[in-house]
Design a protein around this ligand. Structure first.
Ligand SMILES: *[C@@H]1O[C@H](CO)[C@@H](O)[C@H](O)[C@H]1NC(C)=O
Ligand SMILES: *[C@@H]1O[C@H](CO)[C@@H](O)[C@H](O)[C@H]1NC(C)=O
Ligand SMILES: *[C@@H]1O[C@H](CO)[C@@H](O)[C@H](O)[C@H]1NC(C)=O
Ligand SMILES: *[C@@H]1O[C@H](CO)[C@@H](O)[C@H](O)[C@H]1NC(C)=O
Length: 271
């Protein structure tokens, strides 16, 4: 359902933000809408801008413990009308669809970027559903010092062209390789990741197990399933705000016959 929201009312909120934060007036975001109507639900909103131009935004009101989130990224491959982002390859099996790297014999990342459309933000909240194809081995083998390369078998989420790390979602065929594993072969994360990651191992066939959902962790990676917030990742930059675009990359440091981590669902919000 589309609700019409008139900018002539919201502009008051917008100008208020401008004067108190002392930067130029920004695009209307979901926290503006929520400030005006505290009880709004998660929904699509149609913003009527100057001169009658309109645009749609989706607001999440119950994400990472609060409301007023503007959605930047959304992929739901269970919806047959949706297709993979440009530069990703479709995996399809038994009615499940997901998006991974184009076929290659080498390490690579498939990338998609989500512009903030001028919305200034200080928090990011999101979740990603991935699957294991063949034998991804987490952080083993990749060039771990280089955030620009395939440092992980999994999903890398960064912001801005200098790739400020946001979250890493690690996939491993062995439950022993996750950084949180207790099996004695745990791989440490590179320093730039800090504590901002989820890791899960999956056995068996493609689509047999959903990664990073906080369920069905096995044996020594059980602790990974109790990561705070999982499946939602949350970054709060405090008083630091940015309009950086957000980038999601599916990476592997070996060829796609050997390993891939196709994603079937993601949603990423800012405020
Ligand atoms: C929002 O919802 C709460 C609880 O349902 C209600 O008490 C409150 O009056 C509502 N506020 C507005 C502005 O509608
Ligand atoms: C994804 O799409 C399917 C099919 O349209 C729908 O049933 C499901 O609710 C969607 N999932 C989410 C989390 O929105
Ligand atoms: C990643 O690339 C950016 C520019 O694209 C560069 O400024 C930065 O130094 C690179 N980081 C590393 C670790 O190489
Ligand atoms: C952030 O802003 C609040 C309110 O303006 C202020 O009280 C606080 O000291 C600031 N924190 C930092 C780390 O600058």
């Amino acid at each position: 359902m589309l609700k019409s929201v008139f900018l002539c009312i919201l502009l008051l909120q917008c100008y208020k933000r401008c004067s108190s934060y002392d930067h130029s007036c920004q695009a209307v975001a979901c926290d503006d809408i929520r400030n005006y109507w505290p009880n709004t639900s998660s929904d699509h909103y149609k913003i009527v801008g100057k001169g009658g131009t309109t645009y749609n935004i989706y607001c999440g009101q119950d994400r990472c413990g609060s409301g007023g989130w503007t959605r930047l990224a959304y992929l739901n491959m269970s919806d047959p009308t949706q297709s993979c982002p440009s530069g990703f390859r479709l995996y399809q099996s038994g009615g499940v669809r997901a998006c991974g790297r184009p076929a290659t014999n080498d390490g690579s990342c498939a990338s998609v970027q989500f512009p903030s459309n001028g919305i200034r933000y200080s928090q990011i909240c999101g979740r990603v559903v991935g699957y294991q194809y063949s034998s991804p081995d987490g952080l083993i083998g990749g060039n771990q010092d280089n955030i620009n390369g395939s440092y992980v078998d999994g999903v890398s989420i960064t912001r801005g062209s200098l790739r400020n790390h946001v979250w890493t979602l690690i996939a491993s065929w062995s439950h022993n390789y996750c950084p949180c594993s207790t099996g004695g072969s745990a791989y440490p994360v590179p320093p730039f990741i800090e504590t901002h990651y989820f890791c899960e191992s999956a056995s068996g066939q493609l689509f047999a197990n959903i990664l990073w959902d906080g369920q069905d962790c096995r044996y020594s990676d059980k602790a990974c399933c109790s990561a705070p917030g999982i499946p939602w990742f949350h970054r709060d930059y405090g008083n630091t705000t940015t309009t950086d675009y957000i980038e999601l990359r599916v990476c592997g440091d070996e060829g796609t016959d050997n390993e891939d981590i196709p994603v079937g669902y993601y949603e990423i919000y800012i405020k």
